[in-house]
Design a protein around this ligand. Structure first.
Ligand code: ATP
Ligand code: MG
Length: 571
């Protein structure tokens, strides 16, 4: 079984979560409202890469379809040709698949329906429910009124059906300039819901579309295109985020007036907001365009591709989406919760290895030069089936600079002159003296080892206060490690006037050279490990056979587990 199949299978086996959306679907199944059918859709606009917020929507829509033996369509909402690109269409498909979901042959585009949408618009004109309006954008805004004042009728509102039809056909034929005319629904300019004040259905855009080319110069607006696309596809539950709640009367109005045979139910849920991140594609695009990050897949980005490159698994993202649940109330989720999920996952399956990020040379003076021992190391104490491996031990080693102090503060229990520590899977060593460079920096620590204290040996029980990770200098493989902090210094960067002023200058630290144990020499892109005491790491796609590059996914310190524990104690 390969990884992808295993991931897909895992997704099928998890017990179904419950929430208010699933309650609605279950009730509809019981009342046979849709004849037992459950058809949902995930409708991204291909104007950027998917982010963790989209993952919430994907898990919900594909999840509900799967749990009810229904289907979930992937529909590209490609009604805005000026912002959409094939690159985004491709990345969206790759990301949905990677998350473990499958749309089968149900991949659609709103642009597939341009002709039908156009015919439906003519039908509304024939029925006296839509008209061509010549107001420009500013005038239209002035006529629309405000939340507290009703709007005014457009002077073009009472055009005859024949004139509207003629003008709309000429709009389609390209006779008018961009912005000169629009097609509007004729609803109610005094409605307390501003969305119902004769909303625009079509605008003139002389732009080429990534699928329909120059065929069209009028494009439908989201509110019109979306509900009609849902109806054409026979969607039963059209699940969207809360900001569309006020658009629901319009969604229903179009379908009622068009008397479509299918009238899906729009259901709104709260979007995901995560601390220390931005979730708007427009802002993420700005981060990319202005080179604040290295691309959409920069490991600091909250995009699916960024998280993937950072080392997140699809399982951890699905588990996170399940844990946050689905509600009607907007809130901010703690980033620590997402990190908790990846730790839970990798703790069980990432092999543990030793790697030194900031090397300090250790020479074991009483260890024979040229001798190499191969010691047994456990791959994952959480899972015995992952077995053991051999790691070389020799006279010259590297340990972490921070594990040695010449003048230790109180409570520093690691290596200092005259003190003993254990080397993981190896011996107890004692620091005898240090060698300094011309600036007075310690460059070598000379130790002696006690041959009687080999790990697993009979005399290995002597107590020392610290166990250090290490690698053998001659066999270690040099590598680069990229350590990350959050991209922003404030927990709600979206609230800042200009989010580029709250970027964290320390969001990326490159450690080079680091040394990793030789078992990692052939590690390939995407492989995930726990570096003992340093966190979870994965091999970056920048790695080449001669150059290992690791991203730190997360450290080992689980702040969410602490928060949870404190919450439990308070309850
Ligand atoms: P953005 O503001 O990032 O551009 P969007 O809503 O415009 O997001 P779409 O491509 O239209 O992006 O989104 C596709 C689907 O994903 C929609 O159904 C939308 O409601 C959902 N979605 C987008 N962002 C979130 C989020 N943060 N949490 C949950 N669902 C989201
Ligand atoms: Mg959108």
């Amino acid at each position: 079984m390969n990884d992808t199949t295993r991931e897909r299978q895992a997704a099928t086996e998890t017990p179904a979560p419950s929430d208010f959306v699933r309650d609605i679907v279950a009730a509809d199944n019981t009342s046979n409202k849709h004849g037992g059918r459950v058809v949902t859709r995930f409708p991204p606009e291909p104007n950027g890469y998917l982010h963790i917020g989209h993952a919430k929507s994907i898990c919900l829509n594909f999840g509900i379809a799967r749990e009810n033996r229904g289907v979930c369509h992937l529909r590209f909402d490609d009604t805005n040709p000026t912002k959409e690109e094939v690159e985004y269409v491709d990345s969206i498909q790759a990301d949905v698949r990677w998350l473990g979901f499958d749309w089968g042959d149900k991949k659609f585009h709103a642009s597939d329906y341009f002709e039908q949408l156009y015919q439906y618009a003519e039908q509304l004109i024939q029925d006296g429910k839509a008209y061509v309006c010549d107001l420009n954008a500013d005038e239209m805004r002035a006529y629309r009124g405000t939340l507290t004042e009703p709007g005014k009728h457009s002077p073009y509102r009472d055009r005859a059906v024949a004139e509207n039809l003629d003008l709309f056909r000429r709009m389609r034929a390209g006779e008018f300039a961009e912005g000169a005319r629009t097609l509007r629904a004729k609803i109610d300019m005094t409605s307390p819901n501003v969305n119902m004040r004769d909303p625009v259905m079509y605008r003139i855009l002389k732009a080429t579309h990534h699928r329909t080319g120059y065929t069209w110069c009028i494009y439908p607006m989201y509110d019109y295109a979306h509900c009609v696309s849902d109806a054409i596809e026979g969607i039963t539950h059209s699940i969207c985020t809360l900001e569309f709640e006020d658009h629901r009367p319009l969604y229903d109005w179009f379908l009622d007036e068009l008397r479509t045979s299918c009238h899906p139910q729009q259901i709104e849920f709260a979007r995901l907001n995560l601390t220390y991140t931005l979730m708007s594609k427009r802002k993420l695009l700005q981060l990319v365009r202005e080179n604040h990050v290295q691309g959409w897949d920069d490991p600091r980005m909250p995009t699916i591709q960024g998280l993937r490159r950072r080392g997140y698994t699809p399982e951890s993202i699905r588990a996170f989406c399940e844990r946050i649940g689905v509600s009607k109330r907007n809130s901010m989720v703690d980033m620590a919760m997402l990190e908790h999920e990846i730790r839970e996952d990798l703790n069980k399956r990432a092999p543990r290895v030793m790697a030194v990020l900031q090397p300090l040379k250790v020479v074991i003076d009483n260890y024979p030069a040229g001798q190499v021992e191969h010691l047994d190391a456990v791959n994952n104490p959480e899972d015995a089936s992952m077995g053991t491996r051999k790691i070389p031990f020799s006279r010259e080693l590297y340990i972490e600079q921070e594990d040695f102090r010449e003048d230790p503060p109180k409570k520093f229990f690691r290596l200092t002159p005259g003190r003993e520590v254990r080397l993981r899977y190896a011996y107890i060593i004692k620091c005898e003296r240090v060698v300094k460079d011309e600036r007075g920096e310690v460059v070598e620590v000379h130790c002696t080892y006690d041959p009687e204290t080999r790990s697993g040996g009979s005399a290995a029980t002597r107590k020392v206060k610290a166990t250090l990770h290490w690698v053998s200098a001659a066999q270690a493989v040099p590598a680069e490690a990229r350590l990350y902090e959050s991209l922003f210094t404030v927990s709600d960067p979206g609230a800042a006037d200009n989010f580029t002023t709250v970027l964290n200058p320390n969001s990326l630290t490159v450690m080079n050279p680091c040394y990793v144990e030789p078992s990692l020499a052939t590690a390939t892109s995407g492989a995930r490990y726990q570096f003992e005491r340093q966190g979870y790491f994965c091999v970056d796609p920048d790695a080449t056979p001669g150059k290992l590059v690791f991203n730190r996914t997360v450290t080992l310190k689980d702040t969410w587990a602490k928060i949870e524990k404190a919450q439990k104690e308070n309850d």
